[in-house]
Design a protein around this ligand. Structure first.
Ligand code: ADP
Length: 301
């Protein structure tokens, strides 16, 4: 089969691994720089151009669209969908996953465990928002943050108020969340491919750090998860409509709670921690499911 991958940096571990896995199985995988694609929308036959040439009809496209290029990247992916190319994850599902608040609303609607989360626009509601989140300590998060940046733990009402006011002053959207202390600075990431959990790891924050992000100096190891955690991860992927994703969960006193569902999960940490060939499982999924015009939405939000 002929695959395309939308990515900015061809050299990243995850991108190289996906290419290797495709080639090992006799396929070709072309890495296309998302921002260098240009498109012809005003015609019945949607087209995408790259380096002066029209792109061929691939069997599938693997979107690896970084958070900073979401807007243009999704436009390119939608164009592939309009051409009938099968996307590993649909543009609509990726768009949902990029909005933390919308994601949490979708997960809540499906009855999936979440940390108590509050959100308000009006800064005068600060006291009320902290109270609704169960009182301090609370975790305050930038809505558009990634890799743990913009995630703050506030121990006292006073510090919570000043952090909320500082973020508000900067004109950014935030959410305020119950702090799951019993997680002990660890979280679980479950990789879901085609409705199944294929690998699981536990990430632990560096000494004295409540954020377990690998980018923040955390470390990862393979872990066995409970059937409840497994089913939570699978249901979260389904609620978001993602075929391939990383579901981040915390072990709370009231069962697993989902923090985030990532539509472009990094493969390096989890493949190295578990020894599982996740790239191979993703390619196998595409072999099985990629058909022309087989997307549910064809880019229609
Ligand atoms: P990002 O999307 O920027 O990675 P997350 O929401 O995943 O932000 O938070 C980063 C890390 O902070 C998580 O991996 C987790 O270890 C920790 N964390 C986030 N929210 C909570 C919470 N409500 N209670 C306890 N720890 C949390």
């Amino acid at each position: 089969m002929n695959f395309a991958m939308l990515a900015r940096n061809a050299d990243l571990y995850s991108h190289q691994r996906l290419r290797e896995a495709a080639e090992e199985r006799g396929h070709s995988l072309e890495i296309i720089d998302t921002l260098r694609c240009y498109m012809n929308i005003a015609t019945r036959r949607p087209e995408i151009y790259y380096n002066g040439e029209k792109l061929p009809l691939y069997d599938a496209v693997i979107p690896r669209i970084g958070a900073s290029v979401t807007f243009y990247g999704l436009a390119v992916l939608r164009q592939f969908e309009m051409m009938g190319v099968f996307p590993m994850n649909e543009s609509v599902a990726i768009e949902r996953s990029r909005d933390k608040l919308r994601s949490m609303q979708l997960l809540a609607r499906s009855g999936i465990g979440l940390p108590v989360t509050t959100f308000a626009h009006d800064p005068k509601q600060t006291d009320e928002v902290i109270k609704l989140a169960g009182g301090t300590p609370v975790v305050i998060k930038l809505l558009e943050g990634t890799q743990g940046i913009g995630v703050v733990l506030a121990d006292t009402d006073r510090s919570a108020k000043s952090v909320i006011e500082a973020f508000r002053g900067a004109g950014v959207n935030i959410l305020v969340q119950e702090f799951i202390k019993e997680a002990g600075g660890t979280d679980i990431r479950a990789l879901v491919v085609d409705g199944k959990v294929v690998a699981t790891m536990q990430r632990k924050g560096a000494e004295g750090e409540f954020r377990s992000n690998l980018h923040r100096g955390g470390s990862a190891q393979a872990i066995r998860i409970t059937p409840e955690e497994r089913s939570t991860a699978v249901r979260a992927a389904k609620a978001m409509g993602l075929n391939v994703c990383g579901v981040d969960m915390l072990r709370s006193n009231h069962g697993p709670v989902v923090m985030e569902v990532n539509s472009s999960p990094g493969l390096e940490g989890v493949e190295k921690a578990t020894g599982i060939d996740i790239a191979g499982k993703i390619i196998t999924f595409l072999e099985k499911k990629a058909r022309p015009n087989a997307t549910r939405t064809r880019g229609k939000g």
